[in-house]
Ligand binder design. Structure first.
Ligand SMILES: Cc1ncc(COP(=O)(O)O)c(C=O)c1O
Length: 389
């Protein structure tokens, strides 16, 4: 009776079972996998969210499939502050970045078509791709001299490949798509007539000392779709607003825009209150982002200090950007076994395999957004787990 697109496996693995058991027993568990800013104390005040309840936002609707011009102007201003002019008709508001992905998949792919995706990456794309009837073909990112770069051998075409996705900077590696990889992706896309899709939700979170290559919305040669949204840009995932920006040759911008407008019009999924509020949220988000960058740096320093003192051959991978740290485990320590011990000791974190990290280099991914007191409790629990592994 049901579509095979929804044939997801829901059986909890050993790690989730251990977590549920501990929580059901009422025992404490520090969650070092939680990257929700609101849970980490980064929230807008009720006064700042006032426009969400403005009468004109909740008592009438003036639908524009691309999004209200005032909100799109706020998005254009966001890019202007980053040195790029984006015309309003290149901006499409969606209810989240994830929805932006779904729209782009609909725009580029027929059911059965394929998109090239980076690995490792945040495990969001498989579900959206499955729901859109799209197949994903991974290309590998490999660590090289403190960076993550595309293993060009793994970037290959299938018969039905339509586009290439990249994440700038990526989650959880924090790696930007640097100049060398931009050339690789551009060259491959041009050679094979593909579109590029670039997710830039973490663009504003470079680590101190990292030079960001910047947004890719200024692309002129290759058909390009850039995704972002308030969830990371304004630390407001619960408000549900994302966007898609088209770039590249003028005929692509025109035709993609015409088609995206149909997709957006079919659902009109973006609520008016959040569009009215976005104008202020985008204009005033920088202090909150600065607080997040400071928190993330503070926790990263604590993590590095613990690793230096723990007397175990583990290490923290370089973090060019983002909210996560990757802790490389000592040789011979398996991710799942270590994290099961971690749950027993009172800490929860994600294994590297959850993000498609190579099995040959076991690691765990830790949220650096966590409240610092909870973070140090989590490190103490990881320390005990490591000693038992
Ligand atoms: C790289 C990346 N892109 C997109 C998203 C989803 O963003 P949204 O909440 O706007 O759907 C996430 C969520 O964490 C993410 O890590």
């Amino acid at each position: 009776m049901f579509s095979s697109r929804l044939a997801f496996v829901d059986t909890p693995n050993a790690l989730s079972q251990a977590k549920e058991k501990r929580l059901a027993a009422g025992l404490p568990l520090v969650d070092l996998a939680d990257t929700n800013p609101a849970n980490a104390g980064f929230a807008w005040s009720a006064a700042e969210l006032g426009p969400l309840l403005r009468r004109d936002g909740i008592q009438r609707q003036d639908p524009d499939p691309r999004g209200l011009p005032a909100a799109r102007t706020a998005v254009a201003d966001y890019y202007a502050a980053r040195g790029q002019r984006v015309a309003l008709d290149r901006i499409f508001l969606s209810a989240s970045t994830s929805e932006g992905y779904a729209w782009v998949f609909k725009l580029l792919c027929n059911p059965g078509d394929e998109l090239l995706v980076p690995e490792p990456a945040y495990p969001l794309l498989e579900v959206i791709a499955a729901l859109e009837g799209v197949t994903l073909r991974p290309y590998r990112l490999v660590p090289l001299a403190g960076e993550w770069v595309i293993d060009s051998v793994s970037l290959t075409m299938g018969r039905q490949t339509r586009g290439i996705l990249c994440i700038n900077p990526s989650n959880p590696t924090g790696a930007f798509v640097g100049r060398r990889d931009r050339d690789v992706l551009r060259g491959f896309a041009l050679k094979h007539g593909l579109a590029l899709v670039c997710d830039e939700v973490f663009l504003d979170y470079p680590a101190e000392g990292t030079v960001s290559p910047g947004t890719w919305v200024g692309e002129s040669q290759v058909p390009m779709l850039v995704l972002s949204g308030l969830s990371k840009v304004a630390l407001a995932p619960q408000l549900k607003l994302g966007w898609v920006v088209t770039a590249g040759p003028a005929d692509f911008i025109r035709e993609a825009g015409r088609r995206l407008e149909h997709v957006a019009d079919a659902f009109l999924s973006v609520n008016t209150p959040v569009q009215l509020a976005a104008v202020d949220l985008l204009r005033r988000a920088e202090p909150l982002r600065a607080a997040v960058r400071a928190r993330v740096a503070q926790n990263e320093a604590a993590l590095r200090a613990w690793v230096a003192a723990c007397g175990q051959p583990c290490s923290v991978l370089p973090r060019p950007a983002g909210w996560s740290a990757i802790l490389a485990l000592p040789p011979g320590v398996a991710e799942e076994r270590f994290l099961l011990r971690g749950v027993e000791e009172g800490v929860w974190a994600h294994p590297g395999y959850f993000y498609g990290m190579p099995a040959s280099a076991p690691c765990v991914v830790l949220s650096l957004l966590t409240n610092p007191d909870a973070f140090s409790l989590g490190l103490a629990a990881l320390d005990r787990a490591l000693r038992r592994s």
